[in-house]
Design a binder for this molecule. Structure first.
Ligand code: F6P
Length: 199
């Protein structure tokens, strides 16, 4: 049967500095994750009835950190602008502490309603839900297994949709770094979930 694997990009230079957004490259830790990712996926690949491995396609965003994370995966790749991380607008490139200090009203507003809060000149989670619609319909149409190498906020939306989570829960879904989330469709239409931590 078909599988969907979700993973965040490997740790980036911005992750190391606790900065949000940007388009930084992988850190050495992140590059090590990218190197072992093919083994992890290949070891989980179900076989078709005739014994051959099922075909897989790999989707990334257009940002360097997802492209670098997917680079060693031996499958066809597709880049989606719609998979890019939430646009933090005027807060892009800052730490949460810097946002709290420089834009305290924005910081509080986001804390109060993270789902609806839109960064000035940026996006909200509701904006992301709308922008990810075409990706989600293609995901449902696609018969092949898919590896989606994404970002924290983007994967919260996709995971929340696939797991039929209420919208309000989406902004706080836990999507850890260096973990492959394996989703297997069940006959009743729900999804089985397995978290595969990658040391
Ligand atoms: O910190 C990594 C990151 O992907 C940022 O680029 C992004 O702004 C953030 O996570 C999204 O998470 P949250 O919605 O919890 O701020």
């Amino acid at each position: 049967a078909r599988r969907i694997w979700l993973t965040r990009h490997g740790e980036s230079i911005y992750n190391q500095k606790a900065l949000i957004g940007g388009d930084s490259s992988l850190s050495p830790n992140g590059a090590a994750y990218a190197e072992v990712l093919p083994e992890v996926i290949l070891s989980r690949l179900p076989k078709s009835a005739d014994g051959t491995p099922v075909p897989v396609s790999v989707w990334t965003s257009t940002l360097q950190r997802t492209i670098q994370t997917a680079a060693a995966l031996p499958f066809a790749k597709l880049r989606w602008k719609a998979l890019d991380e939430i646009d933090a607008g005027i807060c892009d490139g800052m730490t949460y502490a810097q946002i709290a200090e420089k834009h305290p009203a924005e910081y509080e507003a986001r804390k109060k309603d993270k789902l609806r809060y839109r960064y000035p000149r940026g996006e909200s989670y509701l904006d992301m839900i709308a922008r990810l619609e075409p990706v989600i319909s293609e995901m449902e149409r696609e018969g092949e297994s898919i590896v989606i190498v994404g970002h924290q906020a983007v994967l919260r939306v996709i995971f929340g949709y696939l797991m039929a989570q209420p919208q309000a829960a989406i902004p706080s879904i836990h999507i850890p770094l260096h973990t492959v989330i394996e989703l297997t469709p069940r006959p009743d239409g729900t999804m089985g979930v397995e978290y595969i931590p990658v040391p």
